[in-house]
Write a protein that binds this ligand. Structure first.
Ligand code: SAM
Length: 286
């Protein structure tokens, strides 16, 4: 294939298995004038694997604005450039957005070379509804923020997905367990396309036990997918008194604790209180 001059190619690279890259992407990496990469050493492993000898310059989150402006000048001068990140699709929880925006604003063509993306790979093997889903990037690092974020997602009827690091996967699942009922289905997709690829679909309660008890399940890279909230009862379907108690409890406790206490205090059924708590709890954290 012929690469055009003065054009930016956004090239997806493998998320583990070096075979997961398209022929066109390999040819593009070979033919462009230079490659802009998140980590110049990292991309060299891929380039060596495919026998590509290319000039690579760095574009990472710490030099992004300056490096993007310099790359724009090179494109204006007629060079063709491939943008890659360390793994998967650039711009998806990765650098590149300022460059792509700048280049488009300058009226220069940007062309994607699609390929691996951890969230799509995980979703394709998850067995959860895919008609509508949301991708949330990385979950917040701090537990308090993370819980608010999970609470805000708890009532979402759609499948939702987040990235997590090995350092926080256990803490994240613990926080998730405090904001959702234990029978919510989750998928832990770990080390996709690599030697220790593991994809587990189970209840939130079992997922937590699994990760707590097996240290190997705390290693590697993770995509977590959460089933959408079950279609349920809206708060209007519980009495005003029950809603009032639930609101008070939600100010002080997690959703699951508030529901458990409200069941005892009001005698209402968990089935009715829980969906109401999800809606009230997420409204509170917005
Ligand atoms: N741009 C990448 C993409 O297209 O998926 C994502 C880059 S982001 C900086 C890295 C995160 O993606 C990891 O911390 C992990 O959550 C997820 N990830 C990347 N590779 C993965 C893999 N092989 N298995 C599971 N998750 C992965």
């Amino acid at each position: 294939m012929m690469n055009e001059r003065g054009k930016l190619y956004v090239v997806a690279t493998p998320i583990g298995n070096l075979g997961d890259i398209s022929y066109r992407a390999v040819e593009t990496l070979r033919q462009v004038d230079l490659i802009a990469a998140e980590d110049t050493r990292h991309i060299k492993t891929l380039l060596q694997h495919y026998g590509i000898n290319q000039k690579v310059i760095s574009l990472h989150q710490h030099n992004e604005e300056r490096a993007s402006a310099e790359l724009l000048e090179k494109l204006r001068a007629g060079l063709s450039i491939a943008l890659v990140s360390d793994a998967g699709t650039p711009l998806v929880s990765d650098p590149g957005m300022p460059l792509v925006r700048m280049v488009k604003e300058a009226g220069i063509e940007v062309s994607p070379l699609p390929g691996a993306c951890a969230l799509i790979a995980a979703l394709s093997a998850a067995g959860l509804p895919t008609a509508r889903f949301s991708f949330e990037g990385f979950a917040p690092r701090a537990s308090a923020e993370r819980k608010s974020f999970f609470k805000a997602k708890a009532a979402s009827p759609d499948t939702w997905i987040f990235y997590e690091s090995c350092h926080r996967v256990l803490a994240s699942l613990r926080d998730l367990s405090e904001t959702m009922l234990p029978d919510r289905q989750v998928v832990i997709a770990r080390e996709l396309t690599k030697l220790h690829e593991t994809i587990v679909k189970t209840s939130l309660a079992e997922a937590l036990v699994l990760v707590e008890s097996d240290h190997n399940m705390q290693k590697g890279e993770f995509v977590i997918i959460v089933e959408g909230a079950p279609k349920g009862v809206h708060p209007v379907e519980i009495t005003d008194e029950q809603e009032k108690i639930l609101r008070i409890l939600l100010k002080e406790c997690s959703i699951s604790t508030a529901v458990a206490l409200a069941v005892q205090l009001t005698g209402a059924r968990k089935k009715a209180l829980y969906p109401a708590a999800l809606v009230l709890g997420s409204a509170k954290s917005e």
